[in-house]
Structure formats: C-alpha cells, structure tokens
Design a protein around this ligand. Structure first.
Ligand SMILES: Nc1ncnc2c1ncn2[C@@H]1O[C@H](COP(=O)(O)OP(=O)(O)OP(=O)(O)O)[C@@H](O)[C@H]1O
Ligand SMILES: [Mg+2]
Length: 197
C-alpha cells in the first residue's frame, strides 16, 4: 500500500449503480487485503444531511449557484473530517459521487463549468474517477421509492451529456453500466488493480 492512500470516485446518473458497485468494490478490495473504505456524497455530516433532506427530498429549490456552494461546502466538511485523514493513513477511499457530480448536476442546471471547477479547487483530485454510463431511461427505471428533485428524464439526459464530455476528454474513465452487474464489477476491479500495481 502506498503511504498516501488512493482516492477512487464513482460517478453516474441516479440509478446507474454507483452505490451497488462502490460497496462491492470495497468488499472485493478488502478481501484482497487492502485497507479500503466506502464513503458517499452528500456526506453524513450536518451540511450533507441538510442537502439530503432540504434540497434532494425537501422541494426547496434554490438558485443553482447556491446549490453548487452547498455541495462544495459539504465536500470541504467531508474531505477535512474523513477523506484526508483516511488518505494520510494510507487507505483506499471509494467515494460514491465526488467533484464531477457537482460539475455534471449543477452544470446541467446552467451553472458555468469553469466557476464550478474553481469553487471545488480545494478538493484533492481523485486518483481514478469512474463514470458508470447507463441511458437515463434505464437508470431511472431501476430506481424505487421517492424521487429526488433531480430524477427527471430531461434533466438526467443533460447530466449524462456533461459526464460524456468529460469521458471523451479522458477526465473520467467510462464503464458501461448497461452490462450485467458482475461484468461491470469485473471491469471496475481490474482497472483499480492495474492502477494499484
Ligand atoms: N448492471 C446492472 N444491471 C442491472 N441492475 C443493476 C445494475 N447495476 C445496478 N443495478 C440495480 O439498479 C438499482 C439502482 O442501483 P444503485 O442504488 O446502486 O444506483 P445509484 O447509482 O447508487 O443510485 P442513486 O444515485 O439514486 O444513489 C439497484 O437495484 C441495483 O441492484
Ligand atoms: Mg446511490
């Protein structure tokens, strides 16, 4: 294990399989003896919980820039309280959503991408950022339960287009999430193992 740890981000639309795959990847890495840990954004901290209850499921529509600043504030919290200390201990951190979620989601609400990058500049760059690509229709049809404010077909289509741009620019490592679960996981795991070697 390297002494600085490794940060892996898992990105994708709502229902694309991020949580499922981040958790299985974490279990697989631990089974191979790595000191890895699952985490997510919005975080479980105070600002993250506020975002979860008020923005995502509370129907409080704010200016998209306010939304972007709230997600960035939660990210500071998450990084200071959990991500950085864990990386200093040499662990592998798997983050279910990270900076590219802000770029894609608030970008899809019309916020300038350059400004979004600027307000997230404090965030350590992930060593690998995966984007699990699934057509919005498929992703949304997998979701059960109450929908968040972002779970609409037209909006998810815009989010996907931004993610795809970053994948084309090689900022994101695209994995097709349309394949069976075990195939998707194999691809993720082999990319991570290549990186760790
Ligand atoms: N490759 C796949 N094939 C079929 N079903 C899948 C696949 N990947 C995930 N699923 C299923 O899709 C559903 C949604 O997956 P998951 O909750 O992991 O998505 P998510 O990206 O974390 O969503 P959210 O953004 O809302 O948190 C789950 O029931 C999961 O088992
Ligand atoms: Mg999830």
């Amino acid at each position: 294990m390297r002494d600085r740890g490794v940060l892996i981000a898992i990105e994708g639309l709502d229902g694309s399989g991020k949580t499922t795959h981040a958790r299985i990847l974490n279990e697989n890495l631990r089974r191979y003896g790595y000191n890895s840990e699952y985490t997510k954004e919005p975080s479980i901290g105070k600002i993250g919980s506020f975002i979860q209850s008020m923005i995502l499921y509370g129907n409080i529509m704010t200016e998209p820039t306010v939304e972007a600043l709230l997600f960035a504030a939660d990210r500071v919290d998450h990084i200071k309280s959990f991500v950085e200390p864990s990386l200093r201990q040499g662990r592998i951190i798997i983050s279910d959503r990270y900076v590219y979620s802000s770029l894609a989601y608030q970008g899809a609400r019309g916020v300038d991408l350059k400004w979004l990058r600027n307000i997230n500049e404090f965030a350590p760059k992930a060593d690998i950022s995966f984007y699990i690509d699934v057509p919005p229709e498929v992703a949304l049809s997998r979701k059960r339960g109450t929908k968040s404010v972002f779970e609409r077909l037209d909006f998810q289509t815009r989010v996907r287009n931004i993610y795809l741009e970053f994948a084309r620019a090689k900022e994101l490592h695209l994995i097709s999430g349309n394949n069976p679960l075990n195939r998707v996981q194999e691809e993720l795991l082999s990319s991570v193992e290549n990186f760790l070697r």
